[in-house]
Design a protein around this ligand. Structure first.
Ligand code: MTE
Ligand code: HPA
Ligand code: MOS
Length: 764
């Protein structure tokens, strides 16, 4: 038997996924008396709610209808700040804002009842546009700043200066399984909620607050999500709490499942950003000072935006030491849906900005971007301090780039591109690389904790539970591998179980890519506790020192004497030794004071590099990504198959954000792109025909679980190589001046950039 870890084990539900047997919430057999719910949404971007009349809806048989006034507890589900109502109270703040909800014996009846809810609005002027809202001073939270050194002095002493502006768009999560919850009232006002959530504890708190219950009266359970991508970190709480509110009033189970259009209209997305920057640098492209202002479109409430913007500011350095920095975050309020967590959590926007700066400096100097980047890489002290004061101790920046070059031969690749372009004027190719450094840990130190619960049964089978949630990312198999390895048993002896607030309490969201770091370690601690007790039993049995007991190959051995793991478990039980343990882990070394821009928010960094080749049709603006080579840093990978899958998926999702996915609102603030016909996510044929992932396979310098590294989000940012490659293709056209191309680089934007280039025009 090989070890259960560091091997490519399949996803724990892979067979169930592909055979359709994996149970998602909508597949759970309906409990007797189940009611189906529908939402009543605001049709206005901003309006005073004059009155809500639920009587016509309530007159229908079996119908329950609720609005803000029916909330027995507090009407607030804010994850960070306060005053973010579950159901609009007093004012509706975006088109799609839930104003009321109804439940009825059938879904059709629920929708019919929702249509009977009469809401009288007084329409108010709305701020729909980031720039206008920025100018108007509309904010959801105070400004933030990260930086160090004297930027003005650095500018004054820099021989060269450039400034610019770059924008990137939002992104819908487009999880396959939409937002859904089933709330089942129990005895004594207890509430059991099945929620498709990354954050069962926050859903539990939301339900408890809204119903005025102690947390202990609410249990939230989730076996798996059909994708989440950050979209079910805070947003799932809204769905769970509305279902629970209806169930509370009905005294019956209620299921709330949003149709795709409603999901897209009513729940949050990635933040669009506008970034204005100014850089002072020398003839080598080495930056002395950098000032960047990040205006984030947060939508109508703060939600997770303060944390998203902090992460953007803490990733706007990417791989570069810049002596003087001033990174400001402005949290702009608009009358649009609340923007929220999305894979990368602000870091993609931060990194895109500095890579635009690198690109412009490189083109200004006529040097390859890799040369300019290398002049700025983090290195030995004193060039190892980030703008927020953390030392970069574990840099693999140069190693990742060298590995990429070794795998992809960048010079030869560039020569191929140049040769192609020399004989092709309509289809033009571009090539670009992208290095990343991503900080692993929640910026908020408190959240970096996890718990697990492990039971060993007397036949040697193992029941595993922890606070992390499974959204397709393979967390459950990884943690099971860690536990199987600790006990020296085959992976299939470990059963994973649904995440529940009743099993492991007070959990953090499964987010910030930290799921396996945190829960893997908590489960390992629990398993080691049980293993230690079992070792004591077996050592006594063989009359040997406990240090000589080995757990491997499904056996517990001392020298050449051994018991099967099951026999050892049974023996421990006979001797009244407990075979169940909890494990608790908190990330060491971290602390952070955002206000002072000081500390060590991240336990470690993960690195990576990618190169992408694109072909641009200069007549239609269409782009295809032809080849991508990716170097991923997963430390000592717990499961290379899962990690490579995460890297491929994240890269393609990043491509979507930067190329084809575009959210459009009309002049009244109505989302026009509310389904796959108008909102284009990458399809299977958009995956680059050549897509190679190479793992660095270097143990984490920090003591993470079996020296692995987080993987979920970082590779999304490697797709910035695609956006840079499109810029490269356009810059290769005859013409003049910088390339102006915002993201997403849709065919329209590409065509405009091509035209501007051809006319030698620079946008004012
Ligand atoms: N992979 C799949 N298949 N589905 C998802 O929803 N979410 C991503 C990433 N990979 C996601 C995914 C996001 S946003 C995060 S933060 C991590 O998974 C969370 O899981 P982890 O911490 O266990 O990696
Ligand atoms: N990432 C994801 N989710 C979060 C974070 C983060 O850094 N902080 C709070 N929620
Ligand atoms: Mo991921 S955006 O941290 O859920």
């Amino acid at each position: 038997m090989t070890r259960a870890v560091h091997v490519p084990a399949r996803h724990e539900s892979a067979n169930a996924h592909v055979s359709g047997r994996a149970v998602y919430l909508d597949d759970i057999p309906e409990p007797p008396g189940l009611l189906h719910a529908a939402l009543v949404l605001s049709p206005h971007a901003r309006a005073r709610i004059v009155s809500i009349d639920l009587s016509a809806a309530r007159a229908l048989p079996g119908v329950v209808a609720v609005a803000a006034g029916d909330i027995p507890g507090v009407n607030d589900i804010a994850p960070i700040r306060t005053n973010e109502p579950l159901l609009a109270a007093g004012e509706a703040d975006y088109v799609g804002h839930p104003v009321a909800a109804v439940a009825a014996p059938t879904l059709d009846a629920a929708r019919a009842a929702a249509a009977l809810v009469r809401v009288e609005y007084e329409v108010l002027p709305a701020l729909l546009d980031l720039d206008a809202a920025y100018e108007a001073g509309a904010r959801v939270a105070p400004d933030q700043q990260v930086g160090r050194g004297d930027v003005a002095a650095a500018f004054a002493s820099s021989p060269l200066r450039l400034s610019g502006e770059v924008r990137c768009g939002g992104q819908d999560h487009f999880y396959l399984e939409g937002q859904i919850a089933i709330a089942i009232p129990g005895e004594d006002r207890d509430m059991l909620v099945y929620s498709s959530t990354q954050h069962p504890t926050e859903a539990q708190h939301g339900v408890a607050h809204v119903l005025g219950l102690p947390f202990a009266a609410v249990t939230v359970e989730v076996r798996r999500m059909g994708g989440a991508f950050g979209g079910k970190e805070s947003q799932a709480t809204i769905i769970a709490a509305i279902a629970a509110l209806l169930a509370h009033h009905a005294g019956k189970p209620v299921k709330l499942r949003l149709p795709r259009e409603v999901d897209m209209e009513a729940t949050g997305k990635r933040h669009p950003f506008r970034v204005r920057w100014e850089a002072g640098f020398d003839g080598d492209g080495r930056i002395a000072g950098l000032d960047m202002e990040f205006a984030a479109d947060c939508g109508n409430v703060a939600d997770l935006s303060p944390a998203v913007v902090s992460r953007a500011l803490c990733h706007a350095d990417n791989c570069y030491f810049i002596p003087a920095t001033r990174f400001r975050g402005v949290l702009v309020k608009t009358n649009t849906v609340s923007n929220t967590a999305f894979r990368g959590f602000g870091a993609p926007q931060g990194m895109l900005a500095i890579e635009a700066v690198m690109d412009e400096i490189a083109r200004h100097l006529g040097k390859p971007i890799e040369v300019v980047r290398a002049a700025n890489h983090y290195g030995a002290a004193p060039r190892n301090i980030t703008p927020y004061g953390q030392e970069v101790e574990d840099s693999l920046i140069e190693e990742a780039m060298a590995h990429l070059d070794a795998k992809a031969n960048l010079a030869a690749w560039r020569a191929e591109i140049d040769a192609f372009n020399a004989q092709s004027s309509v289809i033009r190719k571009g090539l670009a690389t992208m290095p990343i450094k991503f900080g692993v840990s929640f910026n908020l130190t408190t959240l970096n904790q996890a718990g697990a619960l492990v039971h060993v049964y007397t036949d040697g089978s193992v029941h595993l539970n922890h606070g992390g949630t499974e959204m397709g990312q393979g967390l459950f198999v990884k943690v099971a591998q860690v536990v199987a390895d600790a006990f020296g048993i085959p992976l299939d002896h470990v059963r994973v179980s649904a995440t529940s607030t009743a099993k492991v309490p007070n959990t953090s969201p499964t987010a910030a890519s930290s799921g396996s770091d945190l829960n893997g370690m908590a489960a390992l601690i629990a398993a080691k506790e049980i293993r230690g007790r079992m070792a004591g039993v077996v050592a006594a049995h063989f009359d040997a020192p406990v240090e000589e007991v080995v757990f491997a190959e499904g056996r517990v051995s001392v020298g050449n004497r051994s018991l099967s793991f099951g026999e050892a478990a049974h023996m421990a039980w006979q001797q009244r030794v407990p075979l169940s343990a909890t494990g608790f882990y908190k990330t060491p070394k971290i602390h952070f004071d955002l206000a002072k821009s000081e500390g060590r928010p991240f336990y470690y960094y993960t690195y990576g590099a990618a190169a992408a080749e694109v072909a641009v049709d200069t007549l239609s603006g269409a782009v295809r990504v032809l080849r991508a080579e990716i170097v991923g840093d997963c430390g000592r990978s717990l499961n290379p198959a899962i990690d490579i899958g995460q890297i491929e998926g994240a890269f393609v999702q990043g491509m979507g954000w930067l190329t084809c996915e575009e959210l459009k609102w009309d002049a009244k603030g109505r989302l026009a792109t509310r389904g796959p016909s108008t909102y284009k996510i990458p399809g299977s044929r958009d995956v680059p025909p050549v897509l190679n992932v190479h793992l660095l396979d270097k143990p984490n310098a920090e003591e993470t679980v079996l020296r692995s590294k987080a993987v979920g989000e970082p590779p999304l940012m490697l797709a910035i190589s695609v956006w840079l490659a499109i810029r490269d293709a356009i810059a290769g056209l005859p013409g003049d001046g910088p390339v102006h191309l915002d993201a997403p680089a849709t065919p329209e934007r590409v065509l405009a950039a091509v035209a501007a280039r051809r006319e030698g025009l620079a946008r004012a």
